[in-house]
Design a protein around this ligand. Structure first.
Ligand SMILES: [Mg+2]
Length: 179
């Protein structure tokens, strides 16, 4: 009998969510969140996340944050913004964000730390609609089932490029939001 390859043991099911327009929005009239406290959870997102957590799915987020490169927010502020989201929604275990237009950088934020994947071979493809952040998360988690939820065409395109099942955010919030 062939020996099992321990490298490929999967870690369960994984829900990946986009953040802006999918899970959260600014509290202010600004189009984008520019300060960590300027955010609220979109109705239905909390219930939908709670549902997936209750059936044992791990949940992580991926978000383009070129507002950093555009000078709208500092890298430090962007990290705090993601940690604030994880305070509001503790089921989200990690947030991966790409702060540059070239998609070369990717930071992973947890409630307590930050690590970067700027030298990873996927560097250059992190910014959606490129699939780099999704492929990175798949590499790290090696999940069984996987689904990505997002609100924009570039989210769907990234999911297609990564061969991941995609669900539109409004449909996802409507389907699971009452949980
Ligand atoms: Mg979005």
């Amino acid at each position: 009998m062939e020996q099992e390859n321990i490298e490929t043991i999967n870690t369960g099911n994984l829900l990946i969510v986009d953040l802006d327009g999918t899970v959260r929005s600014p509290r202010s009239d600004n189009k984008f969140i520019e300060h960590p406290g300027d955010q609220k959870i979109i109705p239905g997102a909390e219930g939908a996340i709670a549902y997936f957590a209750s059936v044992g799915w791990k949940i992580v987020a991926v978000t383009n944050q070129a507002g950093v490169a555009a000078g709208k927010k500092s890298l430090t502020s962007c990290v705090k913004e993601q940690q604030q989201t994880m305070i509001l929604l503790p089921e989200i275990e990690e947030v991966y964000f790409c702060p540059d237009f070239a998609g070369k950088k990717c930071f992973c934020v947890t409630p307590k730390e930050v690590r970067d994947y700027n030298k990873h071979q996927l560097s250059g493809s992190f910014r959606k609609p490129n699939p780099g952040m999704l492929l990175l998360v798949m590499e790290i988690y090696n999940p069984g089932k996987i689904m990505f939820v997002g609100d924009r065409p570039e989210d769907k395109q990234a999911a297609n490029s990564a061969s991941i099942k995609f669900q539109q955010a409004d449909n996802w919030r409507r389907t699971y939001g009452d949980f």
